[in-house]
Design a protein around this ligand. Structure first.
Ligand code: NAP
Length: 283
């Protein structure tokens, strides 16, 4: 009956673990370094590196449902062993534009998530695909400059998106894992409204109680920053999509409200929930 939640250090997984525990579900939190995951005291943890099949069997013992991160390496192996272990349902954290027909050169992010969806579908295990758009937590990358100087630096002030709160992704995941009726469903998940990056900076300022200004960043400087955490292909996808979203943003969806019965949280609510991340360190 245990629910395995992979990627325990991730924002979505942490929120999901808390939600499942609050409703009395048996949870096992899995990650590459589960001890470092800042999880509630007493929660069962296990080592599971989705790129290392040697870690799968212990993580999957006694598990019937899995919340799964889309890690391309090892996923075929993981779902095969999940089927053998008796897993009945996988809820996959995919992405809005998942597409196995994309190529790494045109859209590495769509390709990665499309491949992951196909691997899960091939397993024969019932599945639900969560397809979030941009995470609100992506804007935590602005936290150091907001804390130090009260500034958001980004090349695209008028780029618009409907950033989704990790708690809303977790709320949909928790329902998909614990109630019937979500098998075979694909859920595009966004926040409730489009908001520009300049407006996001203002909303962070409102959340922390002091103004935050917006400085238009040089594109090469931005590219160099992206290369610190991702591949050149993914960095180019991020830049291309950011530029396109000035005139052609991806529309907001109402899936969170349809599935949970509660409107998706706005970016302003997210900024208030994360105000401490943007505030000065106490001196
Ligand atoms: N950021 C977005 O806008 C966005 C949009 C759509 C979809 N997504 C999807 O959401 C995922 C997480 O987004 P994020 O970067 O914002 O999350 P995050 O909160 O920074 O967490 C990253 C997570 O990926 C897990 N992970 C990475 N490699 C792993 C591996 N080999 N084995 C097990 N777990 C592994 C980490 O698990 P550990 O606990 O083991 O460290 C961690 O939980 C993305 O990878 C993507 O698939 C993101």
């Amino acid at each position: 009956m245990t629910i395995l939640v992979t990627g325990a250090r991730g924002h979505v997984a942490r929120s999901l673990v808390q939600r499942l525990l609050a409703t009395g579900q048996p949870v096992r939190a899995a990650g590459r370094n589960p001890g470092a995951a800042r999880l509630p005291a007493g929660v069962e943890t296990v080592l599971c590196d989705l790129a290392d099949p040697d870690t799968f069997d212990a993580a999957l013992a006694g598990v019937t449902r899995v919340f799964l991160y889309a890690e391309r390496r090892g996923l075929d192996d993981f779902v095969t062993r999940a089927a053998t272990a008796g897993v009945e349902h996988i809820v996959l954290l995919s992405a809005l534009l998942a597409d196995p027909a994309a190529t790494d050169a045109t859209d590495a992010i769509s390709r990665l998530h499309g491949d992951a969806e196909q691997a899960v579908a091939r397993s024969g295990i019932a599945w639900t695909f969560l397809r979030p758009g941009a995470f609100a937590t992506n804007t935590l990358q602005w936290a150091p400059s907001v804390r130090a100087e009260g500034v958001v630096r980004d090349p695209f002030p008028d780029s618009r998106s409907a950033p989704v709160h990790e708690a809303d992704i977790a709320a949909v995941a928790a329902l998909a894992l614990t109630e019937p009726g979500h098998e075979g469903a694909t859920y595009p998940l966004t926040g409730p409204e489009l908001v520009s990056r300049r407006r996001q900076a203002e909303l962070i300022g409102e959340a922390i109680g002091r103004p935050v200004s917006f400085a238009v960043q040089d594109l090469d400087e931005y590219r160099a920053e992206l290369s610190a955490w991702t591949t050149p292909q993914v960095a180019e996808v991020v830049i291309k999509e950011s530029a396109a979203a000035v005139d052609r943003p991806m529309p907001a969806t109402d899936t969170v409200e349809k599935v949970t019965g509660r409107p998706a949280r706005t970016y302003g609510e997210w900024a208030r929930d994360h105000a401490e991340d943007f505030r000065d360190e106490p001196s």
